[in-house]
Structures are given as C-alpha cells and as structure tokens.
Design a protein around this ligand. Structure first.
Ligand code: SAH
Ligand code: F3S
Length: 453
C-alpha cells in the first residue's frame, strides 16, 4: 500500500493542496503514480462549491468501492472541502471510505496512511477508519512543499487560507474556515526557492488574496500588505511573471491599481469576480460593491494598462433574480468585454443564507441566462483573437504542447500559444508572431532574429 493516486476536483487551491500532499507523501516513502489503475491508495481532493462537484466525487468514490470489494486492502480517502463540509456523515453514504481529511489537516495525510497501513499489516479484522476534520491553528503554513516536474516553469504558491466575506451563496467560509495568512517572509522565501529551481512564473493563491495579511501587517505609505507582498515577489531575480487568484473587487484600491503600472512582472490579466451586475442582487448576495463601482475598477485598470485582459465569475439564477436583474448583468458583462469568464448556475448550498431565500429560480431560466452569457463570451473571445492576429506577443515557453509536436506557452494575457521552438527556450520569454487562432489556442511562430528552432 504505497502507490498513491490523487484526483483533484475544483479550483487551483485544491490543485495546490494536492501537490503539497503529494510532496509530503513522497518524503514519507510513498510513490505518487500517474494513473489510477496502478494505485493502491486513491485520494479524492474534493470541491463543495456547487452540488455537481460534490456529486462527481461521490460517484467516483462509489465506483472505487467496487474495486475495494475485489481488493479489500485498497484504500479510499476523501480530502478537502467535501470532507470538511460533510464529515463523518459521508461514511453513511460511502461506508467503504477509509479516510476523511478536512481542509486544515492535509499535512496529516502521511501519518493517517501510515496508521492505516499499520492496521492492515496487523491484520485488523474490522475496517479502520480515520476522520480528521478539526480546525488547526497555523495550518495555512503547512502548504509549502512542491513537486516540480523536470524543467517546470510555472508554480502556485498558497499565501492564505479561508475567507470571512460570507457571500450569501458561498460554502467556502464553512469549508475553508476563517481567513488566515502566511507570514510574508516565508512566502517570499518559498518564491525565491522556486525561482532557484527554475520556476519563472508564480501564481499567488488564496480564497481572497487581496485581503492578504490585513490582520497581521500594517499599511505602509498607503500600500496594503498584499501589494507589499507583490512588490517583494516582483523583486526576486529569476522570476519573470506574477499572477494571483482569487481577488475580491473590494481589494482594488488605488495602491493595487497603481501596482499594475509599476511592477513590471505583474501580468496584465485580472480575474475580477462580478457575480451579478444588479445592485439589488449584489446586496442580497452580500457583495459589498455596486455595479458602478465594479465598472469603475475595470476602467481604472484599463487606464493604467490599456491592454489589460479581464476574466470574471458570474452566478446566474441567484434567488429572486428577475429578467431586469439579469439584463443588468448582461449589460455590464458586455461592457466589460471579458476575455474569459466562468458562468455558474446558482446551486443551493445548505447552511448558506441564500439557501433559505424565497424565489428560487427555475432551472430552465438559469440555463437560458447561462447561454446568453456564454454566447457573448464567445463573441468577445473571437473579437480579441482577431485583434491578436499579426501581432507579436511576449510568450513564456512552458514546454511541449499536449501532442508533443510543438511547444506551448502563454502570453501575459494568459492566452495559450502553440509554436515551433527548441527545448533550450523552455523558461525563456520569447516574441511570437500570432498567425492563427482557435477559440482556446493561438498559433504562431518565433519572431527571434537569429535564433534557431
Ligand atoms: N474566492 C474563491 C471563490 C470560490 S468559489 C476562489 O478562490 O475562487 C468560485 C466561484 O464559484 C465564485 O466566485 C462564484 O461565482 C461561484 N460560486 C460560489 N458559490 C456558488 C453557488 N452556490 N452556486 C453557483 N456558483 C457559486
Ligand atoms: Fe466565497 Fe465570497 Fe469568500 S465567493 S470564497 S465567500 S469572497
């Protein structure tokens, strides 16, 4: 029982947590295997943001339970948000699960697997089950080890856990707990080490990154702790690009807007969750901004960086959302001209304030509104692609593309580009002339005079 496969659902935070668990398991002598079939331990790192995500993981765990019938020593673990949200109750629906580990206990996974293994070796007759979902002070500091592939160019760094915003629809404050930030010096050290190991682009992660350090550090000269952190990461030699996710519109004060004009490594791509364009719905959602304020942030950022790329999160069909409310969202969505957007149909999360609200919106209406925004997004994306044709973009070369035929990298605006290159350019910023575009991928050629492919 030492070959582990970790399957990750949900957001980049989850991906990062899985990577840290993998690193800790490796250090303990476990092998992380690349496919499910060769594993004898299967860990599902789960998401609870929408019901669908939970159902997927539950379906997977039931399927794995069949495998366990054939091989009783097969170990099934459920980690992360759904483990935290449902706890031991999961065992009622999934009696074959061996391990349930919450969002503040990822670092305990190696110990728990060791204990399960010891119980198996001792020939335990009854199944041994471990449920560990307590809160733990300082747990945000345990997500720090990395598993880097050979010549890995990009990495995620977790700077903060939890969220105190209490948006009326959101389960995250329950699954991830209170906002807790890591010490700035530790984050900077981790980024420096990654740069020493060849990483060139870092994405800082948190549930609400723009609030980073608000209880731990002072503003200095009008500069928030988050922007202070950006400044320090920007100063790390070797790093070439910085991104972050997810921010809150509330965090885009003058200091952060101005940072886009002066921190040269900060990429001009902002994920700015709007959720709704109706002031009435924003209020019901407990989102502390108006549509005008949101629009103003977008305009301010475009003023500092005219070539700014935007993405967003939208929820359609929040309880009480009328056709007029949705029209407000549609209009603001169109005006902001997003390059990327995640449009979600509202999903009832029990225990959140919105779950108890009147006027839940029928599924067909949610679907219709969803389609309206997706069509707009497609038009925007095509329009943006058309403006990119013939231009030369700065691309960070990440490695071979999926087919292994060409190389892939991203523009500063986070667009994926495929082009012919040479291995030695991995990790370099290169100019690429764009000559073709599909919705998801741009195609181009190196525009380097004198550089051989
Ligand atoms: N700050 C977090 C947000 C987590 S949830 C982050 O790290 O990204 C991500 C997105 O899911 C939210 O911005 C919201 O648009 C959507 N979402 C959250 N709860 C939802 C629900 N109950 N139904 C539908 N979408 C939801
Ligand atoms: Fe969720 Fe709102 Fe926080 S979307 S993660 S409660 S900012």
């Amino acid at each position: 029982m030492n070959r582990v496969f970790i399957k990750t659902y949900g957001c980049q935070m989850n991906e990062r947590d899985s990577e840290a668990v993998a690193a800790m398991l490796r250090a303990r002598g476990y092998r992380i295997v690349p496919d499910e079939d060769s594993a004898d331990v299967m860990l599902l790192n789960t998401c609870s943001v929408r019901d669908m995500a939970e159902q997927k993981a539950i379906g997977k765990a039931s399927y794995l339970a069949q495998k366990k019938k054939r091989n009783p020593r097969f170990v099934i673990g459920i980690l992360g948000c759904m483990a935290q949200n449902r706890g031991a109750a999961l065992l009622d629906a999934l009696p074959d699960v061996d391990l349930i580990v919450g969002t503040q206990k990822f670092h305990q996974v190696p110990d728990h697997l060791d204990n399960l293994r010891a119980a198996q070796a001792a020939g335990a007759v009854l199944p041994t089950r471990i449920v560990d979902i307590a809160e733990e002070a300082g747990s945000q500091n345990t997500i720090r080890e990395h598993v880097l592939e050979d010549r890995q160019v990009t990495a995620f760094v977790s700077i903060q856990q939890g969220c105190n915003m209490d948006c009326a629809f959101c389960i995250v404050p329950k699954t991830r707990g209170d906002e807790r930030s890591r010490p700035m010096d530790e984050i900077v050290r981790e980024c420096e080490e990654l740069a020493d190991r060849g990483v060139r682009e870092i994405t800082l992660l948190g549930q609400i990154v723009t609030s980073y350090g608000r209880r731990d550090y002072e503003h200095t000269g009008g500069i928030s702790p988050f922007v202070q952190l950006l400044e320090r990461v920007n100063a790390i030699p070797g790093l070439k690009r910085i991104r972050f996710t997810s921010p809150h519109p509330r965090g885009f004060k003058d200091d952060l807007v101005a940072a886009y004009g002066r921190l040269e490594k900060l990429c001009e791509y902002v994920h700015l969750p709007m959720q709704s364009g109706s002031d009435r719905i924003l209020k019901l959602m407990n989102r502390p901004y108006s549509r005008d304020r949101y629009r103003q942030i977008v305009d301010d950022l475009r003023r500092v960086r005219p070539d700014m790329y935007f993405s967003t999160d939208i929820i359609v069909g929040f309880p009480g959302e009328t056709a007029e409310d949705f029209e407000q969202t549609r209009a603001l969505f169109e005006a902001c001209n997003y390059d990327m957007a995640y449009v979600f149909k509202y999903s009832v999360r029990s225990g959140t304030p919105a779950a108890a609200m009147a006027d839940q919106v029928p599924d067909e209406v949610k679907e219709e509104r969803n389609q309206v925004l997706l069509r707009l997004l497609e038009q925007n994306s095509d329009r943006r692609n058309a403006t990119l044709l013939g231009t030369t973009q700065e691309v960070l070369v990440e490695g071979p593309d999926k087919k292994g035929v060409q190389f892939m990298g991203r523009t500063r605006g986070n667009r994926i580009v495929h082009f012919a290159a040479h291995e030695r350019l991995i990790g370099e910023l290169v100019p690429v002339k764009i000559n073709r575009a599909s919705t998801a991928v741009l195609y181009g050629e190196l525009a380097l005079a004198g550089v051989e492919r």
